[in-house]
Design a binder for this molecule. Structure first.
Ligand code: DGL
Length: 279
């Protein structure tokens, strides 16, 4: 029997749209509910406990929309809160770190991999661990991590390909280039929005990894294996933000290449009491 409930996707803001876009491209017959916590972004500069608390509230909001699966379309939330969400969610939870790490290991030829991410993801050390685990058969695997916190603000502002983005990227990426990476993981879902700028600065010969593509295939496989695919008879796309709905739409609609027919609704999720899950 088909399961026509939507897939829930959340991020601290608009970054998770880079994952949503890949999910829609791969399995267009699935309905989706997207929540961007723009009002409380960025997550990448918050403490572990705050990231966990916010992510649990995001999860509860999506559960209130009767989703059949939750995709944590945020590396910061995936590194800090995946285990807690997996434990408490009523539905299966998919994270973004391991699919990205797997794709990076597959892509590298010289064994030098760069990971660019938020401060919270870098300091968790979990992305590096994931790449090491996935690449355990690569002799002499060398990894460099670099936090690029301003990329999130540039992405949220819509300044993806201008001079300011370029200068910022040059400064952040200088040590990564110097390290000689041939593969660079965009380990924050906001960063693919700046892919053109990042690609220009890194130059030809460096493969950029957008984990959204791998995540979409993990989602599809899971739905298939567990008989959760929809029959595509009534596909819906819902969008929610905790900040200004118009602002969200102004960025989301052109990026997704479509209008958002049902609009975007503003919601607050801090009403969800997650204290019992935080103990
Ligand atoms: N998009 C998020 C990530 O993948 C976090 C950005 C932020 O809120 O700092 O890490």
């Amino acid at each position: 029997m088909a399961d026509n409930r939507p897939i829930g996707v959340f991020d601290s803001g608009i970054g998770g749209l880079t994952v949503l876009r890949e999910i829609i491209a791969r399995i267009p017959s699935e309905s989706t509910v997207y929540f961007g916590d723009d009002g409380r972004a960025p997550y990448g500069s918050k403490s572990h406990d705050t990231i966990v608390e916010y992510s649990l509230q995001d999860m509860m909001f999506l559960e209130s929309k009767d989703v059949k699966m939750i995709v944590i379309a945020c590396n910061t939330a995936s590194t800090h809160a995946y285990e807690v969400l997996k434990k408490h969610s009523k539905v299966p939870v998919v994270e973004v770190v391991y699919p990205g790490a797997k794709a990076a290991v597959k892509a590298t030829r010289n064994g030098r991999v760069g990971i660019i991410a938020t401060n919270a993801t870098v300091s968790s050390g979990l992305y590096e661990k994931a790449v090491k685990e996935e690449g355990k058969n690569i002799r002499d695997l060398k990894i460099i991590q670099q936090a690029c916190p301003l990329f999130v603000s540039l992405a949220e502002e819509g300044w993806w390909n201008d001079d300011i983005a370029h200068l910022t990227a040059e400064r952040y990426l200088a040590p990564v280039k110097e390290f000689g990476v041939d593969t660079l993981v965009l380990a924050c879902t906001h960063y693919p929005l700046l892919a053109r700028t990042i690609g220009d600065v890194m130059g030809d010969g460096v493969t950029l990894i957008n984990s959204g593509i791998s995540v979409a295939s993990v989602v599809e496989q899971y739905l298939k294996d567990n008989n959760l695919l929809s029959d595509g008879s009534s596909v819906t796309r819902e969008f929610y933000t905790s900040d200004d709905a118009k602002r969200f739409e102004n960025v989301a609609a052109p990026f997704l290449g479509r209008g958002l027919p049902n609009g975007t609704r503003k919601v607050t999720v801090d009403r969800f009491d997650v204290s019992e899950y935080m103990r």
